[in-house]
Write a protein that binds this ligand. Structure first.
Ligand SMILES: NC(=O)c1ccc[n+]([C@@H]2O[C@H](COP(=O)([O-])OP(=O)(O)OC[C@H]3O[C@@H](n4cnc5c(N)ncnc54)[C@H](O)[C@@H]3O)[C@@H](O)[C@H]2O)c1
Length: 448
């Protein structure tokens, strides 16, 4: 099929590249000309493992094209995806500016029947809105075309996006007009050869809500475990043992039960906020989800407070950070817990030295300059003279540090492991003051 992907970000680029990889002819459109030029030259503008290889392979096969001109790409397409951003608006609701702008452009340009697919994460009712906008434009132009608008939310995870897209758990398609079902079966056939039942067809509203429901459920698991971790710290229990104990129950499952510094990223915070706004607008109180958000905000503060309590006064203290992106495997820093921790450390007068294998540039751009914040190219370089090391993102390169080297570079010996990556006894044996999340550590030594 000839696929048009409008919006070439994390989702649009992965979706377009993977669809090309199974043989479809894909054109990705983006307003960002620099991005388009890079992509045409075979360079991936984001860090996503394996993506550049897929892009180059499909450019080579002449199945993947990039343009900033929607008007050029649209006439060739059999199906058009909308994969633009839906950031959090000022009141927490999803900002649909970009989605609406694409719908307007499609309405202005469409010259034939078309299936339009909303891949962006959008509030319930957005497909109705997209359809209305396109039809209004067509009416104004005095033309008539059969436009079917479908919802097809994306569930990929950054850092493992190619694998998620190529081997999906399920593909959700929301259609109110089932005549487009065959298009989706043809489009996704290569991804569901093992199990046709993975294509879940439903009405558009249920499909739109499924995406928010999935992210809200995952966020709930994280906040729940973070609160359980706090209780563990007070009771002398170990959240890792509790995690295994409860996760072994098939009804619960082992994934997404890790305590940490609170969830971040481009999806969970904004999607939970948007679902709360939708529910408010419809007079339905989602008490659990409000608590999930509150617990998450508190978790980020608690991470900072562990460090602050240890030092008492952070003024002039040199603090080394490992990890800035919201999770390993991505350069995405949107809503990363590192923002809160760095901001609070700087406000308290600390000097912050940070390293991230891929996310430092984006972090610096988003956070802005600060005289007491600097970055290093190499992980060990931030340790020189530091009085504490804080692990924020569990990149593989931080997983097995040489603790003797770490200790010899640092001026103090405190490690705050916000991802429970290290063995408490190993660090404490080596003379480190070690704090983690919900596991026995050096907390008894913290001055009150
Ligand atoms: N990032 C993820 O992990 C993820 C996962 C699942 C779903 N989603 C959802 O997918 C959507 C896209 O997210 P993303 O992370 O890819 O966003 P992104 O910000 O990385 O990319 C969006 C792209 O759309 C482009 N764009 C904006 N307006 C345009 C227009 N009129 N025409 C052409 N291009 C335009 C922007 O330049 C940008 O490159 C969001 O709704 C998001 O919630 C994201």
């Amino acid at each position: 099929m000839r696929v048009l992907m409008v919006g070439t970000g994390y989702v649009g680029l992965v979706t377009g590249s993977c669809l090309a990889d199974v043989g479809h002819d894909v054109t990705c459109v983006d307003l960002n000309e620099r991005k388009i030029e890079m992509l045409r030259d075979g360079f991936c503008p984001i860090f996503e493992p394996g993506l550049e290889t897929v892009i180059r392979r499909n450019i080579g096969h002449d199945r993947l094209h990039f343009t900033s001109q929607l008007s050029q790409a649209l006439p060739e397409a059999d199906i058009a995806f909308i994969a633009v951003g839906t950031p959090e608006g000022e009141d927490g609701s999803a900002d649909l500016t970009y989605v609406k702008a694409v719908a307007e452009s499609l309405g202005e340009l469409l010259a034939k029947d078309m299936v339009v697919v909303v891949k962006s994460t959008v509030p319930v009712g957005t497909c109705d809105l997209v359809e209305e906008i396109i039809q209004r434009q067509l009416r104004q132009r005095g033309v008539k075309h059969r436009i079917i608008v479908a919802s097809n939310p994306e569930f990929l995870k950054e850092g493992d996006a190619i694998g998620d897209f190529m081997r999906p758990d399920r593909i959700v398609v929301g259609l109110d007009d089932l005549t487009a079902e065959d298009s989706f079966r043809a489009l996704y056939r290569p991804f569901i050869l093992d199990d046709q039942g993975k294509l879940l067809l439903m009405d558009r509203r249920s499909s739109e809500l499924t995406k928010y429901g999935a992210n809200a459920m995952l966020a709930t698991r994280i906040s729940f475990m973070n609160e359980l971790a706090q209780l563990c710290e007070n009771l002398g229990a170990n959240v890792d043992k509790v995690r295994l104990g409860i996760g072994s129950d098939g009804r619960i499952g082992k994934k997404f039960l890790y305590a940490g510094p609170g969830y971040g990223g481009s999806c969970f915070p904004k999607d939970v906020a948007a679902l709360l706004r939708t529910s408010e607008a419809h007079g339905v109180e989602l008490k659990v989800l409000q608590a999930v958000t509150d617990a998450n905000l508190r978790q980020k503060d608690l991470s900072f407070e562990k460090i602050a309590r240890y030092f008492g006064d952070l003024r002039g203290r040199r603090i080394a950070l490992w990890g800035l992106s919201f999770k390993p495997g991505t350069d995405d820093v949107r809503e990363t817990p590192a923002f809160v921790i760095v901001r609070r450390l700087l406000d308290a007068g600390a000097l912050v030295l940070a390293h991230d294998p891929e996310g430092a540039e984006n972090f610096a751009k988003e956070f802005g300059d600060h005289p007491h914040l600097s970055y290093a190219e190499q992980a060990y370089d931030v340790l020189r003279g530091a009085e504490a090391l804080v692990l924020i993102t569990e990149w593989s390169e931080y997983k097995r540090p040489n603790w003797d080297k770490v200790g010899s570079l640092m001026a103090g010996k405190a490690v705050f492991d916000l991802r429970n990556q290290y063995e408490p006894w190993e660090l404490m044996d080596k003379g480190f003051y070690y704090r983690c999340v919900g596991r026995p550590d050096s907390s008894a030594q913290t001055p009150r």
